[in-house]
Design a protein around this ligand. Sequence first.
Ligand SMILES: *Cc1c(COP(=O)(O)O)cnc(C)c1O
Length: 392
Amino acid sequence: MRDFAAELENRKQAGLYRTRRLISGPQQPELVSDGVPLLSFCSNDYLGLASHPDIIRAATDAMPGTGLGGASSHLICGHHDAHHQLEARLAAFTGRSSALFFSTGYMANMGVISALAGRGDTIFSDRLNHASIIDGCILSRATVRRYPHADMSALAGMLASTGGHKLVVTDGVFSMDGDIAPLKELAVLCREHDALLVVDDAHGVGVVGPHGRGSVAELGLSEEDVPVLIGTLGKAIGTSGAFVAGPKLLTDYLVQKARTYIYTTAMPPAIALATCASLDLIEREDSRRSHLQSLVRDFRRGASALGYELMPSRTPIQPIMVGDNWSALALSQALEQQGLLVTAIRPPSVPDGEARLRVTFSAGHSTADLEKLLAALAECRTLVAGPDTEAV
Ligand SMILES: *Cc1c(COP(=O)(O)O)cnc(C)c1O
């Protein structure tokens, strides 16, 4: 039998052991962690909607009429009119012909990629794509070719030298770096090489683009340009679940073929109605996004002035590059001693030697919160080598 205990010990020695932090109370910038209050800069609740009263009320108001449990898969008797209503709402929000509601983004990626590509086909996947995309590629049994991050000439060469059915898949906003994929160039390349383009905009939906319609909408890319658009609902949207949007033919096909859609219990209908309420709010109020943008701008200015190395990101994902695992942990722990929660992200979530603090912003943060973060970062500056100093 494998020596599981030794494997865990090796992880500890390498600074890679992970633990779960116990949170009580609602998700918001002011968290209570193991009884201690902390100001959090690591959630994906970018618009501060995870505990918004209107959205909570939409769920609780719905439940006497819908009940709580999903009870069955969509193809047996679980497809509730609340789910159907949300799908129409998501299609309108993304400007697509139709949408399909999945239980999680992880399942959406696994189901969509494995349904749309199979043995003998080739999938081209950005090297920094999310784990759920990587796993979807493996599940598909297609040949997988990873291209260097956002490198369009490398991808063009790979597409030109490959025959058969081709699928290109990318994050819209990259989850650990915060940069946005070259979507326009990807759409052109895919058209040239007759490849199907799949964009996972988990971190773009709600955050970028007109009225938060995402990174694909920001560039005005149509359903022909990006035929398969995936988004998640547990991040900026503040609820739970995910969707795939595109031509009616696509969603019809996925209902037949996507196993993670077919063989799982439908989400509680009340979650679908709460998500509709969240989308209404997001479309109505641009103020959250503009506040978020000013936090990001001021953070970048402040943290750069302190000599921290940032990534080329204009989204609420603002990593501070550190390098080695132990320094990332030390910086995270020093910030926690000052009452701030910013988690260290280590391999395999990021490449080896690229450990970082993944700072994320929420519209729920005040400018005073940002000042607290910058003051604490000033205190901790000596813990990491900056771009100007030799790494130790
Ligand atoms: C978070 C994330 C997912 C998974 O979504 P869940 O709904 O949390 O399962 C998928 N893709 C990307 C890029 C993500 O960041």
